[in-house]
Structures are given as C-alpha cells and as structure tokens.
Write a protein that binds this ligand. Structure first.
Ligand code: ATP
Ligand code: MG
Length: 767
C-alpha cells in the first residue's frame, strides 16, 4: 500500500488465507472494500481499508473498491468522490476501475427471476407490518405468508410488473422462500427486492425496484470473483443467508466466503455515519472535514498522516471481539510519525514581551538555524534576532516554585538557536498591574547556544523577534467529547467537550509564511501543527494543532502503552487534563454560585458545560421551572440545552414560546416512552414554530409510539441469558460492557427502535 516495506501481518484472517492457498481452494486472493456512499469515510473505514488492501498486497492479490450503492435514497456523488480521494490518500490502490453495486442491477434481477423459476422466491403482498409481525420471534416460529405458495408463473408475472413500474411503493415485495421456522430470524423468508420509485445517482430512473443488502452483497462479491469477503461482526448472523443466496444462484468460481472481525470503536468520539452527519447538520462542527471529526478528511485536515493511520491499524490488529481501543494508541502513532517527519519551528502562542537592554536598538541579526535539531544537512532557515523579543507567557514566573527551571528574576535561560538571556526586571501595566514585559540582558558570547565557560541553563525557551514575527490564527483542537463513551447513555451531544476548539492569535517566526497548506511542523515545545488546507492564504497560513507533544489527558494510572515510546514521552510526568481556556473560569464561576453547583451535581452534568449553560439566568430559571413541573432534571437539562437552544437559535431568539412547566410535560412524553426521541425532536420543532399543547400535538402529528415492546423484551431477555457473564461484570461496575450487551440486543431485536432497545436493556439490567 505504500513505499514502506510491507508489514507481514499474522492474524486469524491470514491463517484462513494460508489454509485456503495451501489446500488449493484459491490461487489468488481477491478482497474488496465496499463503502456505502452515504457519508464520509471515518477511521473505522480506514482500518477496514488497511485490512482489505493490506491482505491483498501481502498475498500478491488484488483489492476492489466498490461503491455499495443499492440504496437510491441516501447516496450522493459528493460522497463517491470523497471516498475515492480518501482511499487513495490512505494508500489503497484498487484493481481496475472503481466498481459500483448498481452496475450489477441487471444481473441481480436476472438471478432473481431464476430464483422465482426455481421456486425459491415469491412475491408477497402483505404489508411491511404484517411481514414483520408474521416473522415471529425467538420463541415463536413465523407464520407462512398467504402468498407463499403461489405458482411460479404468477410470481414471475408479479415480479415483472414490479420491475415494469406498474405498482406503487409498498404494494408488494419479492421474498426468498427459505424457512419461516428457522432459529435464525434472518432466514425466515427475507426480502429480496422492494419497490422504490426513486431516482438513483447512477442508474437514474431505469429501476424502480432495488435489491436488499443481504441479497445484493453476496452477488456483488461473487460477480467480482472476491475470495475473502471481510466485514464487521454485526454481520455474523447474516452469513447463513449470504451462503444461501450463493448456493441458490451458483455455482460460483471462486466461491466467496464471508469472515467477520471486530469493528473499531475508539474512545472520545462517535463513529456512526448517522451521528457524524448529525454533528455536521446541526453545525456542532464546521463540516465533515472539521479537524475534530474522526473522519479521514477531518484527520487529514488536522495534520494526521496516512502512515500514522496505517501504523495504527497494524498496531491494533484484527480481533474477533468488539472492544474499545484506547485513543492513546492512535495518538501514539500520530506522534511517532510526525516526530520523524516534521521540521522544528518557533511559534509563541501566548506572548510576553522581552526587551534585551544591552542589544543595539536597530540591529537585527539573522541566525542560521537548522530545521532539524543538530542536523544542518537537512536544511536551515534564517531566524531574525533583535532587541525586542517575544516569549511564551507561561515560561516566566515572578515568584518561581522550588523546582521551576524556566525564566524568573535573576535566572538565565537559553533561547532556542540563539543566545543566553537573564531577567533582571519586570514591567507592569499601570492599570491592571499585570506583567506586560520583561527586561533582560543577553550574553553575547553564547551565540548558537553554548557558553565559553561551559555553563548550561536549566531550560531552552522558544521565542520570536517582535518586529518580524507573523501574526496568525492558531487553532488548538482537543477531543470532541469530554468522556470516553459519548454514546453510552443515549444522548451523545451532551458530552461534547465545550473546549474542543480554542483559537489563539499566535506570533510565528517569519520563515513559516512560506509554508504550503498541509505542511506540518513541530512548534518547539508546543506540539505538532499543520498549515490548514482550507483556510490558509498565500503567505498567511492558518495553523491547526494536530496533537500536543505528550498526552495531556493521561490518567496517573493509565493503561500500559505500547513499549517503544520515545524517551521524551517516557520521562514526561503525566499532566492533569488540560482543557482549554474558558474551562477554569467556568469552574470558578460554579464555585461562586452554590445553588447552580448543587443543581449541576443533581443533574450529574459535566461542571464546565453546565456552568456555560447556567451563566444565562433566563435559561437557568427555565430549567428550574421544568424540574419543578415534574421533568426528570437530567432529561430536562439535556432537552433544553441540546435541542431547544438550537431550535431557538435557528429562529434568532432565546425565548421559547412556552414556559418551563409546559416544557416539563413535553420532556415527560419522552421519558415515559409515549414518543421516541426522533418523534420528540419533530414535535419540539413544530411546537416552537406553532405553539399549542404538546400532548395534543402528539396525536395531531401522529407521533405516538407504535408498540412492539413485547418482542423487544423477549429479545433483550435472551441476550441477557446468553451473556450472563457480561451482565454480572456490568453490574459489578464494568460500565463498558453496556456497549457489548446493547450491540447484541440490537442484533437480536433487529429492526426495532434503538432507543426502545436501549431503554429495555437498561431497565432489565436494573439501571
Ligand atoms: P456506519 O454504521 O457508520 O454507517 P457502515 O458499516 O454502514 O458504517 P459502510 O460504508 O457500509 O459503513 O462500510 C464500508 C466498510 O467499512 C464495511 O466493510 C464495514 O465493515 C467497514 N467498516 C465500517 N465501520 C467500521 C469500523 N468502525 N471498523 C472497522 N470497519 C468498519
Ligand atoms: Mg453499511
């Protein structure tokens, strides 16, 4: 996949391939990466790309890029283009042209007719609800459709009428005729085709019936000669169906086989395309390529390299069990790669003026400083040195602590690539009394950073010359979410890290003016920064911090990190979490407002986020009323802050057309499960726009939840029985396992409303 030596991976997939090749089942490995073009690729996809393209490369085979575009409604050519760009950028070289599932619509249809002719498929006129109901559940076998035993000719006629566009959406479907009593619910006569009079981004209006994923996917693989079809674990139960369709339509040479591996889940972010889309649509981020997004486009803009992402994929390997990967591993790979490839430059983020009283007023000396420390052979640049300098505000302490090593009155430090300076005076703003400048002397015998007498200052500081320094926007990015599992408890938006972006006006050495968009540098002692590819202007780059030099989030008892950490990192003391600028101010505010603080505790809200909200008295009062009105405090807060505030902002107002008490009635509709979360959002929007009584609106808008709770209850109970060990561990405090249980429950209760499944699971877990 790249010019670096191929890594020889060894995992359960290579074991399978080795065995296949040894047994002569295949002579060549053909894999595929099949994204659905309904969003931008994210780091989970990057792992899948590394895996599929990597295996093909390792075995001298090929990998296809296939747009899985069988769903006409959600797909878009913008996504198709971004996907190709991202795959290429990651180093994936696909075999031949980009392939499209829609290219095979003709062949898929032919095979569907063949299934009908063989008596293996029938056209069913039951409604979707009837089909779902008659499918039964884990305890009850399904009920055969009254249309199941139609004649072949009749089925063929109906299928052709479906295809010819004679029938409206939802009139009927084509179903495979398998076994309505199968223990695998997916095998109970699954849908093959449905009618959808929708325009497709590639086939236009040629088709008004579209194949279902479970039918289309194995055929796409078989038609392309894929040998190893690798997908994520949630498709494990679909494998039986995958094989059934291939057996009924074959023989196929080669005969593809499906293998499942654990999908990548990363802490402090969300990965589902639906949630990422929500962040974009609700403008919580600036777009799919916002540098805080886990998308490939976002990470590229953030300055993450394709090498780092591939290293990460190799580091975590492939597993059979879903688990959360420590984001520290990704950050480790990013640092390692940038450490190797980035030039060092000087930039001051929070300036403090320094005057060198013994330097001539108008002399500017051009120092030649290597881009790589100690290695001038890889290039140097000129760095101007002058009487008026700027250093980092935090590098000076008027009353230093015992172990302070940097600048202080009477102390000497080395300026990077320049001279030793010593502080003898402090200037203050006459009004605020804040320190606004230092007076220092420079030792002219220390040019280049060494003293004739061999003395060594305890610190080397970065600096720039005031007159020649550029002023540039520097964006400090931090994790998008403040907690490791933002989607563990329903509403991921409440966990957004309010300090995930801080923009500073920084002062940079002049050589950085010529940085090209996408160029990365290590700003000495600050971290890795990249010239933003979108917002930089010629001669005036805007900078994004890719990552700090060391892990500022590390907990004192952090889990074991990979062995080969750079020495600097091993020595680094684990620092307390450094959230951005406003964080401390908000915490201080909360301390001064005990009532708000108490409410915050009661809500279990993140203090800084809550303070940001509570600083507006009207909002706080509204919340109090909602709570007094009987809404669960945490829910009232969530709905007010995450949903209501956005709707009001969109209407350019801050005052809702109803009071806190009425809002409480609305919140209770969700908490007592009268309506789903999605319906509640619709309701709230309508209510903000038109006013009225929320209870009446539920029925007026037809939002009352349809009840399939009994089936969900059964599915959840079964999952809990099958996972009794996990249930015990969860109850003993391993909160992480909720994800595992929920995943299993979702699979079991396929098609059910996710919120209901979650609520049922939590309830049965006794939460
Ligand atoms: P989402 O659930 O976010 O919509 P998806 O699985 O539907 O993602 P696709 O575009 O269908 O997204 O995925 C393309 C390929 O990438 C599939 O083979 C899928 O298995 C793989 N993939 C998607 N997400 C992950 C992940 N988190 N880890 C590893 N592989 C993934
Ligand atoms: Mg998918």
């Amino acid at each position: 996949m790249s010019d670096r030596p191929a890594v020889r991976r060894s995992n359960f997939l290579t074991d399978i391939i080795d065995a296949d090749l040894a047994a002569g089942r295949h002579s060549r490995v053909v894999t595929r990466f099949p994204p659905e073009p309904n969003g931008y690729l994210h780091i989970g996809h990057a792992k899948s790309i590394a895996l599929n393209f990597g295996l093909a490369q390792q075995y001298g085979g090929v990998c296809h890029l296939r747009m899985d575009d069988t769903n006409p409604v959600t797909e878009d050519t913008d996504y198709v283009e971004s996907i190709q760009f991202d795959v290429k950028w990651l180093g994936g070289q696909w075999d031949g042209e980009v392939r499209y599932a829609s290219n095979y619509f003709g062949k898929m249809y032919e095979l569907a007719e063949a299934l009908v002719l063989a008596g293996k498929a029938y056209v069913d006129h039951q409604t979707v609800e009837e089909i779902r109901k008659n499918r039964g559940d884990f305890n009850t076998a399904g009920v055969n459709s009254p249309f199941r035993d139609r004649s072949v000719q009749e089925n063929l006629d109906w299928l052709r009428r479906m295809k010819a566009g004679e029938l409206a959406d939802g009139t009927c479907v084509l179903r495979a005729k398998i076994d309505m009593a199968s223990p695998n619910l997916l095998m109970r006569d699954p849908l093959v085709y449905r009618i959808r009079h929708a325009h497709h981004h590639r086939t236009g209006d040629t088709w008004c019936i579209y194949p279902m994923y479970d039918y289309a996917h194995p055929l796409e693989d078989a038609l392309e000669g894929i040998t190893h079809s690798i997908c994520t674990l949630e498709f494990e139960t679909n494998r039986e169906l995958y094989d059934w369709f291939l057996d009924q339509t074959g023989p196929w040479t080669p005969r593809p086989r499906q293998y499942e591996f654990a999908r990548l889940a990363l802490g402090y972010t969300v990965m589902s395309k639906r949630k990422l889309l929500q962040l974009v649509v609700e403008k919580r981020v600036s777009g799919w390529d916002d540098p805080r997004m886990p998308t490939v486009a976002g990470m590229r803009r953030r300055g993450v390299t394709p090498e780092a992402l591939r290293d990460f994929a190799d580091l975590i390997g492939v597993a059979k069990n879903n688990s959360m990967v420590d984001i520290g591993k990704l950050e480790y790979c990013i640092r390692q790669d940038l450490e190797r490839t980035s030039r060092r430059a000087l930039a001051v983020l929070k300036p403090l003026a320094v005057t060198l009283t013994n330097w001539p007023d108008s002399t500017i000396e051009q120092l030649t400083v290597p881009w790589w420390p100690g290695d001038a052979s890889k290039g140097t640049r000129q760095v101007p040195f002058a009487k008026h300098l700027i250093i980092e505000h935090g590098d000076f302490a008027e009353e230093p602590a015992a172990d302070w090593k940097r600048l202080a009155p009477g102390r000497e430090v080395r300026l990077y690539g320049a001279y030793f300076v010593k502080c003898f005076g402090v200037d203050r703003d006459p009004l605020t009394k804040e320190i606004n400048g230092l007076r220092c002397s420079v030792d002219l015998h220390t040019k280049g950073g060494t003293a004739p007498d061999g003395r060594q200052p305890a610190a080397t500081l970065h600096w720039v010359a005031a007159k020649t320094a550029l002023t540039a926007d520097v964006r400090l990015y931090d994790r998008l979410f403040a907690v490791e599992q933002p989607d563990a408890d329903g509403d991921f938006l409440q966990h957004l890290n309010p300090d995930s972006l801080t923009v500073l006006q920084a002062r940079l050495e002049p050589a950085l003016a010529s940085a090209a968009p996408g160029d990365s540098f290590q700003f000495v002692r600050q971290g890795f920064f990249v010239a933003d590819a979108k917002d930089s202007q010629p001669g005036a780059p805007v900078w994004n911090r890719t990552i700090t030099l060391r892990d500022t989030w590390a907990k004192p008892a952090a889990p074991a990190k990979p062995a080969a950490r750079p020495a600097a990192e091993v020595r680094a003391k684990p620092a307390a979490p450094q959230l951005g600028e406003g964080h401390q101010a908000r915490l201080d505010w909360l301390e001064k407002h005990p009532e708000a603080k108490e409410l915050c505790t009661q809500l279990g809200a993140e203090p800084s986020a809550f303070a940001a909200f509570a600083q507006n008295p009207a909002d706080l009062e509204f919340l109090r009323q909602a709570i007094a009105g009987g809404a669960r405090p945490a829910d009232a807060f969530r709905w007010q802050r995450n949903e209501l505030a956005g709707l009001l902002a969109a209407r350019k107002t801050t005052t809702p057309p109803f009071g806190g008490k009425e809002f409480a009635a609305f919140v209770r509709l969700v908490t007592d499960a009268t309506i789903t979360t999605g319906a509640a959002k619709q309701l709230l929007e309508h209510w903000c726009e038109h006013g009225g009584d929320p209870l009446a609106l539920v029925d007026h808008l037809g939002l009352r939840r349809v009840d399939d709770t009994a089936a969900i209850q059964v599915a959840v109970r079964q999952v809990m029985d099958q996972h009794s060990a996990e249930v015990l561990r969860f109850r003993a405090g391993e909160a992480k396992l909720l994800g595992v249980l929920l995943g299993a429950a979702m699979r079991a209760a396929k098609g059910a409303d996710p919120q209901t499944v979650r609520a049922t699971l939590l309830q049965q877990l006794g939460e």
